[in-house]
Design a binder for this molecule. Structure first.
Ligand code: GLN
Length: 415
């Protein structure tokens, strides 16, 4: 690296210490999705994002704990145990990229890569006072990301600043022949399109900002930020998004369906854990999966299998797809009149361990503001927006239309 720096041939990420979530493959290194079922498994190839970081001379220092198979909002669903929030160790760091957010907040590395299916980058960023971004679906290759819900999953950076976030995005983005859903849309130099003097037309979603159950201090902080943006010359107007109550159900019907299919490959034969009690093919499947998967992953496989089953397919899966289209259309409609959408990132600040873990519905509702973006496929970022009287950070979310990451990062940077 010193040699390259001397010769001025060093890449954009020279010397940057990067951690990767434990669902991103790095050839010759372990990857387990924080699950017992992948115990001891080593990646046979590197994810495209890893190749692109290495090509720019980043230093990949290690892998980071997460909720098992990226399913969770608190990092309490990991075979390795909980990740603590470095700002208050009684509290969760968020999930599922809890380790990725905590590692940045605790200065264990400069930047990390997480994955976001329903908020797994943005919610932990909000809980740890860091910057977390989910790119447009297709902006970043998913090759080498172990799939949870393939039509939602995206890899994205967690960083201390928006500048760093933009730089990592420009390095990892772009078409990849290994991922047919990756987009050929040109990759701008995101890091050079920040701090513009542009004035934006911004919508804030009334149903989110005034949602029932939102922490009053979170609401206050977001409204104060909205006032500030107005004073800086942006147009900020309340807009109605009437489908708020359908977001979480749609997300959990569709993602569990995709997960039940994706996770069928973990069968005790191809990868990782195989039950010692297995006697034949069927008991190898059954026992290995029963021993290898944790409770939440099993819950989702069963829920997903149910919504896809012959008798219920139309009532749940097809219906979910139709509602996804409505949510997409309504979201697109807002972008006809506005450049950007703003909401709180989460209804509250980081919660204490155990608070939601006995009640899955309560836990799922933590995702209420973050699931809209991946349901619609649009990009979204969470940036810090003040401190709660409990001492924990509050996050604000900015969403943009497809491939409008530049605008989104520009506004996020100014916030
Ligand atoms: N918390 C959400 C869930 O449990 C989001 C997870 C994610 O984005 N991977 O599914």
């Amino acid at each position: 690296m010193d040699e390259k720096l001397k010769n001025k041939t060093a890449g954009k990420m020279a010397g940057v210490i990067v951690g990767i979530k434990d669902n991103i493959c790095y050839k010759g290194h372990k990857v387990s999705c924080s699950s017992k079922i992948l115990e001891g498994f080593e990646s046979l190839y590197s994810a495209t994002v890893v190749e692109r970081l290495l090509a720019e001379d980043a230093i990949i220092i290690g892998r980071l704990n997460c909720d098992e198979f990226a399913m969770g909002s608190s990092n309490e669903n990991s075979a390795y145990g909980n990740v603590l929030n470095p700002l208050n160790e009684k509290c969760v760091p968020g999930g599922s990229s809890g380790g990725a957010a905590a590692a940045v907040a605790a200065d264990l590395c400069h930047v990390t890569l997480g994955s976001d299916t329903g908020g797994s980058i943005r919610q932990p960023a909000s809980f740890t006072g860091t910057v977390g971004m989910k790119p447009t679906y297709g902006r970043v290759s998913r090759y080498g990301l172990i799939a949870y819900a393939s039509s939602f999953d995206q890899i994205g950076p967690i960083t201390k600043t928006v500048e760093d976030n933009a730089l990592v995005l420009e390095v990892i983005s772009g078409l990849d022949k290994h991922d047919n859903t990756s987009s050929s849309t040109k990759v701008p130099e995101y890091s050079k399109e920040l701090n513009t003097p542009k004035k934006y037309k911004i919508a804030f979603l009334k149903e989110c900002v005034y949602a029932e159950g939102i922490d009053p201090e979170v609401q206050k902080a977001v409204l104060a930020k909205i006032e500030k943006l107005k004073n800086e010359g942006h147009t900020v107007e309340p807009v109605s998004f009437p489908f708020l109550e359908y977001l979480v159900p749609t997300y959990y019907v569709l993602t569990t369906a995709e997960a039940s299919s994706n996770l069928s490959r973990f069968d005790g034969i191809h990868y990782g854990h195989r039950s010692k009690d297995a006697k034949d093919l069927e008991s190898t499947y059954k026992k290995s999966r029963a021993e290898g998967f944790g409770k939440e992953v099993k819950r989702r496989i069963m829920l997903g299998t149910f919504v896809l089953s012959a008798g219920y397919y139309d009532a749940y899966y097809s219906k979910g797809q139709k509602v996804r289209r409505l949510i997409h259309n309504k979201t697109k409609e807002i972008f006809k009149d506005y450049d950007l959408i703003v909401t709180p990132s989460t209804p509250g600040t980081a919660f204490e361990f155990g608070k939601n873990s006995q009640d899955p519905i309560k836990m799922y509702l933590e995702d209420i503001f973050t699931v809209q973006a991946p349901i619609a496929g649009i990009p979204a970022i969470s940036v810090p927006c003040g401190k709660h009287s409990n001492g924990l950070p509050i996050g604000i979310q900015v969403m943009a239309d497809y491939f409008e990451e530049s605008k989104m990062l520009d506004l996020a940077g100014r916030i």
